[in-house]
Design a protein around this ligand. Structure first.
Ligand code: ATP
Ligand code: MG
Length: 331
């Protein structure tokens, strides 16, 4: 079976539609045909300003949402990144293999460092793609289901792994990104030139755990474009195209079919129907998440079992890497 690894940050109290359509939907599907490792990447969540209590709560909520969305701990290994110290142990070695120049080219750092500036951003924000490379390589993953925004980080991971293998002998599997065909980049409803994001000002971010009224309101007040026809046109009508893309991904109807369906009707009709489609999808997810959070002890047991399984696999890779780079084994 191919091995799959992916992670999601607990940087907010809820995931959003972009996370689901770009990544998590594939996580669930891929468990059928792969040996999957899925983690809540809490180490990544401290690269920008954070609150410790909130982080702990968000980590549990993230795990509960993953289960509610269909991650099956009987089939996949679900864990919290900080419970598996091998990620960090590998990351340091990879930091010494990665080049400052290649890390400097990561556009996500450019986006996320805008608020604090380069000088005021944490070193962790700069090096986090290398930790992400470690997350992937430590499991010898073949495939990584992610949204479009992670393509560049995956390339960096492949470059680091290839360089390491060339210098120290074949050690790492070179992973491939699995980016979905539709909805790989869901845009912010208020700023359809930006991707929907948990940690940047989330005015137009539709969270899965939002109250349905809030969801409807966010969709109602989505920025639309000039003109009045409901047709997809990524250049001329990014807002409407985004709404159509979300509808299509959730309803399973093609964009062409939806254009037909909305022919002669306006943006208001599209928004009204989309709010219904989204609410129908998120309502059972919200309920199930709450049930899972109500039994915290069981949730923690699931995560403990996952971490134990993850450590077995990750430990093998770190032992091999530490030997190859010349670290003296502990006596
Ligand atoms: P943050 O703002 O904290 O980076 P995020 O919303 O970008 O949060 P991540 O935890 O960084 O979420 O990413 C989790 C997964 O969701 C990744 O695979 C990422 O590619 C995917 N993803 C994030 N945003 C979108 C989006 N707008 N459209 C499609 N996929 C997305
Ligand atoms: Mg992100």
């Amino acid at each position: 079976l191919p091995r799959v690894l992916s992670g999601i940050q607990p940087t907010a109290g809820s995931f959003h539609l972009g996370n689901y359509l770009g990544a998590l939907r594939q996580w669930v599907a891929m468990q059928e045909t792969a040996e999957a490792f899925y983690c809540v990447v809490d180490l990544h969540a401290i690269t920008m300003d954070w609150d410790p209590e909130e982080l702990r709560r968000n980590t549990l909520t993230a795990a509960a949402q993953l289960l509610a969305l269909g991650v099956d701990p009987g089939r996949s290994t679900l864990f919290v990144q900080s419970h598996v110290p091998e990620h960090v142990r590998l990351s340091w070695v990879l930091e010494c293999v990665a080049r400052f120049g290649e890390a400097s080219r990561m556009t996500q750092f450019k986006d996320k460092s805008q608020r604090e500036g380069t000088a005021g951003s944490s070193v962790g924000l700069f090096t986090y793609p290398v930790l992400q490379a470690a997350d992937i390589l430590v499991y010898q993953a073949d495939e990584v289901p992610v949204g479009e925004d992670q393509r560049q980080h995956l390339e960096l991971t492949r470059d680091i792994a290839t360089r390491f293998n060339g210098r120290f002998g074949d050690t790492f599997t070179i992973p491939a990104a699995r980016i979905p065909e539709g909805a790989a980049k869901v845009l912010d409803l208020q700023a359809p030139e930006k991707k929907m994001s948990k940690s940047l000002p989330p005015a137009g971010c539709v969270f899965l755990l939002d109250d349905p009224k809030v969801t409807a309101k966010k969709i109602r007040s989505a920025v639309t474009d000039t003109g009045r026809e409901v047709v997809a046109d990524p250049e001329g009508k990014p807002g409407v195209t985004n709404l159509l893309g979300i509808h299509s991904a959730l309803s399973g109807r093609s964009v062409a079919e939806l254009e037909q369906h909305f022919a002669g009707r306006g943006y208001g009709d599209l928004k009204k129907e989309l709010a219904e489609v989204v609410t129908e999808f998120v309502t059972p997810v919200r309920e199930r998440t709450q049930q899972l959070l109500d039994d915290r002890a069981e949730l923690e047991r699931v995560l403990a079992r996952g971490a134990e399984r993850a450590r077995e696999v990750a430990g093998r890779t770190v032992r091999e890497v530490y030997d190859r780079v010349g670290f003296l084994p502990p006596a």
